[in-house]
Ligand binder design. Structure first.
Ligand SMILES: Nc1nc2c(ncn2[C@@H]2O[C@H](COP(=O)(O)OP(=O)(O)OP(=O)(O)O)[C@@H](O)[C@H]2O)c(=O)[nH]1
Ligand SMILES: [Mg+2]
Length: 250
C-alpha cells in the first residue's frame, strides 16, 4: 500500500510530467521593443534574463524541446527585443529578455534599458518568477547581482541557472554550484540555483519543476498549468501532437 508521502511524491512527479508536456506546447507570441508595448499585465509569466550570450535563447529552446523557438546566436546581443511566448494560452507566458552587458550597445541605451528592466521586475504583477542565467565559467557579474537586488525588492522568486555546465568537468561544475550558492548566501540574496546545459539537455526537469511551482504558487495553490494538466488528463487522445514534438532532437 502506498504511504501518503509516496502518494505525494507520485502526484508531484505526475504534475511535473504534465508541466513538461505543457511547456513543449510553447508558441511565439510577439516581440516588443519596449515594455510599454508588451501584452497586458494579466495572467502569469516567467522571465528569462542574463548577460548577453549567457544562453537564454538556447535554454528556452531546450526547455520547450523546440529547435528554433527562441533564436540563439554566436553573436552577442542577438536578442534585442523582449520576446513573449505563450504556454498553452496567452495568459501563461514565458519572456526572453534582451541580454545585458553587451559592450557594443551605446551607454544611453543601456541606461534606458536598465530603468525599464527594474520597473518591469518590481512592478509587473503577472510576473511569477525570474530565471537568471549566468555562465558557469564566470557567474554572478555585477549586473547579475543588480538584477537579484531588484528581484529581492520586488519580492520576486529567482531561480539561477549556471549555464553551459558541459564546459566544465562534473567535479568542477559541482564546485562552481557550491561556491555560487555560498556567495549568494553571503550577499543575502534568496534564490534557488542549479546546473544547466542546453547542449546536453541537462537540468531541464528541475527547471520545469521550479516553473510549475511558481505558476502554482502565484495562483494560490490553483496553478494554471496544473488546471490545464487536469483538463488534459480528461481529454488526452492518441492524436495529441505533443508526441510528435517530443521526438524532435534539439
Ligand atoms: N557549450 C554550450 N554552449 C551553449 C549552451 N547554451 C548556449 N550555448 C552557446 O552560447 C552562445 C549564446 O547562446 P544564446 O542562447 O544565443 O545566448 P543568449 O543569452 O540568448 O544571447 P543574447 O540573445 O545575445 O542575449 C551560442 O553560441 C550557443 O550555442 C550550452 O549549454 N553549452
Ligand atoms: Mg537570445
Amino acid at each position: 500500500m502506498n504511504t501518503p508521502t509516496k502518494d505525494k511524491a507520485a502526484n508531484h512527479a505526475a504534475f511535473n510530467t504534465k508541466v513538461r508536456q505543457r511547456i513543449q506546447q510553447t508558441e511565439f507570441m510577439l516581440s516588443a521593443p519596449t515594455f510599454r508595448l508588451c501584452p497586458p499585465d494579466e495572467g502569469l509569466e516567467v522571465a528569462f534574463a542574463g548577460r548577453s550570450n549567457a544562453g537564454k535563447s538556447s535554454a528556452i529552446n531546450a526547455l520547450t524541446n523546440q529547435r528554433q523557438l527562441a533564436r540563439s546566436s554566436k553573436t552577442p546581443g542577438r536578442t534585442q527585443m523582449i520576446n513573449f511566448f505563450s504556454i498553452g494560452d496567452t495568459d501563461t507566458r514565458l519572456v526572453d529578455l534582451p541580454g545585458y552587458g553587451y559592450a557594443a550597445v551605446p551607454l544611453e541605451m543601456k541606461k534606458e534599458w536598465q530603468v525599464e528592466l527594474e520597473e518591469y521586475l518590481v512592478s509587473r504583477s503577472s510576473l511569477a518568477g525570474l530565471v537568471l542565467l549566468t555562465d558557469i565559467r564566470h557567474p554572478l557579474k555585477f549586473f547579475d547581482e543588480q538584477m537579484l537586488h531588484w528581484a529581492k525588492d520586488g519580492e520576486l522568486p529567482v531561480h539561477i541557472l549556471l549555464t553551459k555546465a558541459d564546459k566544465l568537468k562534473y567535479g568542477a561544475a559541482k564546485n562552481a554550484l557550491l561556491n555560487t550558492r555560498q556567495a549568494l548566501k553571503k550577499l543575502e540574496l534568496p534564490c534557488t540555483i542549479q546546473l544547466f546545459s542546453a547542449l546536453k539537455k541537462e537540468g531541464i526537469d528541475e527547471l520545469a519543476g521550479v516553473m510549475g511551482d511558481w505558476y502554482q504558487y502565484k495562483l494560490n495553490g490553483k496553478g494554471a498549468l496544473e488546471e490545464k494538466a487536469q483538463t488534459d488528463t480528461d481529454t488526452d487522445t492518441d492524436t495529441d501532437t505533443d508526441t510528435d514534438k517530443s521526438d524532435i532532437d534539439i
